[in-house]
Design a protein around this ligand. Structure first.
Ligand SMILES: [Zn+2]
Length: 191
């Protein structure tokens, strides 16, 4: 049996010379891998590197396709069209409410993604929940928490309950905003 080219997957598919020419012509490895894939050869950058070294062709380390030209985003605060958002620009509470709603939506979407990933594990489609998904959920929760003060409200209420159960009286601020499911006894007394 004769060896074709360097004997690698690319050469076996008679695409060795073709690949070499592409690299010599300056086509990026990423694009070459894509072109090989289109011709039925699914390979990796590592194998491509090995193949090229067999032909003493230098592997282009700096992938031109990876260079992203960044242009600054110009933001003119006077030109923001607030009419497309559902809040009154002069009403600070409606702005906060809008932000809270957006962040809640982000969190719920991320929860959906996380739950799906967990279901995939349960169904045996995936070995584990990707770390990134859990990190994203944690970040989404942090954002939601920051814009709603959720953990502060909940933890503070729990802390007050514990202290009061010990027989101590805690002065509660009257303007304290509570989630609707948390009852505020000091407020109900005044009502
Ligand atoms: Zn080869």
């Amino acid at each position: 049996m004769t060896t074709i080219g360097c004997g690698c997957k690319i050469c076996k598919a008679s695409l060795g010379e073709y690949t070499n020419q592409l690299i010599i012509d300056g086509v990026s490895p990423k694009e070459v891998l894509e072109m090989l894939k289109n011709r039925g050869v699914k390979t990796t950058a590592k194998l491509l590197k090995k193949h090229l070294s067999a032909y003493e062709i230098q592997y282009p380390e700096t992938d031109n396709s990876e260079i992203i030209n960044c242009t600054p985003v110009k933001v003119d605060l006077n030109k923001i069209d607030f009419s497309e958002y559902n809040f009154d620009v002069n009403d600070i509470e409606s702005i906060i409410g809008y932000l809270q709603k957006i962040n809640l939506k982000i969190y719920l979407n991320q929860s959906k993604i996380t739950l799906q990933a967990q279901q995939d594990v349960i169904d045996g489609k995936s070995p584990n929940v990707p770390k990134e998904i859990l990190q994203n959920l944690a970040i989404a929760f942090q954002i939601l928490d920051k814009s709603t003060g959720l953990s502060t409200h909940v933890n503070q209420q729990e802390a007050i309950k514990v202290v009061e159960a010990m027989g101590l009286l805690v002065q509660r601020p009257s303007s304290f905003l509570l989630p609707s499911h948390v009852t505020n006894p000091s407020q109900s007394e005044t009502n």
